[in-house]
Design a protein around this ligand. Structure first.
Ligand code: HEC
Ligand code: HEC
Length: 329
């Protein structure tokens, strides 16, 4: 009888998880239900700058329709980040990274990446909605449109993997050897991580994006805003699409070696449209499919396809100037 009961309970739970679908599986990950239980410092939004908890920002942030974002990371005391692969840091078990989203001065949500295992991809991803009195935030099982009366949409936790990667691709995107600044005032920098001996293999020199100011900005922008999906191994983008927009340490030697050059200049897209023939037509943004898609919203051509409803005018201007600066041929 007892065994029968246990069986019923076990199959019930299994069925609930199975039929609950993706959302349920993400919700039941190891991350705590309450943000206050994750080690996040509620009294000092964004956490303190103590030995193991740091505030940081990537050099080129992701555009989220003008939302203000702040980020912090906890690395267990004296643990090191395994940097033997400079393109894929393996953070120590117990690392937590938080990202707050504010819209119209209202703190709406906090996202968290939690390193629960030793493998580079052992990241749990959770999203927390702040309560009306801002005393704590609750883990969400589904997304929420127009949260806290703002125009900010919180993505469903099942969508985190579209950009952060699924399976062995799971990774943080803004705290990398290329995106973390070498020096950054009071925020975390590569230099500070090195000085505190937090990297297993120190960098020989600061990774430097090639090119003049406009080119560097464009390549950095495309890396964060597009490179998460448009890179090798993405399970979200079809293998038929040859476009690669991420930066890798090896490709920083010259402009021509970067993915954003190699795969776009006068290269034909998989699925043409918007009165263009190639991803980038040097000198001409209007003849460049990449630029046209970046400045489109609200239909099938919009890029990125999610997490944004308005064009990033400043970002688009950078890409426009970059394309215009290329010599037509
Ligand atoms: C549309 C792409 C996209 C989606 C969807 C997305 N993220 Fe991110 N996320 C990024 C990018 C790009 C960065 C780094 C740039 C930045 O922070 O501005 C980032 C940064 C973060 C960070 C800071 C650590 C890091 O990676 O640098 C956390 C924490 C985070 N995301 C959690 C989440 C969670 C949890 C979800 C799902 C609820 C999610 N993200 C969904 C693109 C995305
Ligand atoms: C969340 C993942 C994601 C992000 C971020 C993203 N894309 Fe895409 N992109 C896709 C997917 C999926 C497709 C294929 C479906 C389609 O064409 O809409 C695609 C297709 C494209 C194509 C057409 C490719 C072809 O050969 O047909 C272009 C151009 C493009 N993206 C540019 C960009 C640019 C520029 C950015 C950054 C501003 C960006 N994408 C960000 C997922 C993404």
């Amino acid at each position: 009888m007892r065994i029968f009961l246990i069986l019923v309970i076990v199959t019930g739970v299994f069925a609930a998880l199975w039929f609950g679908g993706r959302e349920a599986r993400f919700y039941f990950g190891p991350s705590e239900r309450l943000l206050s239980k994750t080690g996040y410092n509620l009294s000092n939004l964004g956490a303190n700058q103590s030995i193991s908890q740091y505030r940081f920002a990537p050099m080129y942030p992701f555009w989220s329709d003008g939302a203000e974002k702040s980020r912090s990371i906890y690395i267990p005391p004296s643990a090191k980040i395994d940097t033997s692969n400079q393109d894929r840091w393996n953070f120590p078990i117990g690392t937590r990274i938080w990202k707050n989203f504010e819209r119209d001065n209202v703190l709406v949500e906090t996202r968290m990446l939690y390193k629960y295992g030793t493998r580079p991809w052992d990241w749990d991803m959770a999203v927390y909605l702040w309560r009306d009195d801002f005393t704590d935030a609750d883990k969400l099982a589904t997304g929420k449109a127009d949260a806290h009366g703002t125009e900010h949409d919180i993505p469903s936790p099942s969508l985190c993997i579209t950009c952060h990667g699924s399976g062995e691709q799971r990774r943080p995107l803004g705290i990398t050897a290329i995106q973390l600044p070498y020096e950054h005032g009071s925020l975390l920098s590569l230099t500070q991580l090195e000085n505190e001996e937090r990297l297993t293999k120190p960098l020989a020199s600061a990774p430097q994006i090639p090119g003049d100011d406009v080119t560097q900005k464009a390549l950095g922008y495309l890396d964060t805003n597009c490179g998460s999906c448009h890179s090798d191994g993405s399970t979200f983008v079809s293998k038929d699409i040859p476009l690669r927009l991420n930066l890798t340490i090896e490709s920083l030697g010259s402009i021509e070696e970067t993915n954003a050059y190699k795969t776009t200049i006068n290269k034909v897209p998989n699925f043409k449209g918007l009165d263009t023939d190639v991803y980038i037509s040097p000198g001409s943004p209007e003849k460049s499919f990449l630029y046209k898609r970046l400045t489109t919203r609200g239909d099938i051509w919009q890029m990125p396809p999610l997490s944004t409803e308005t064009v990033d005018d400043e970002g688009a201007q950078v890409i426009r100037e970059w394309i215009e600066s290329m010599l037509a041929n």
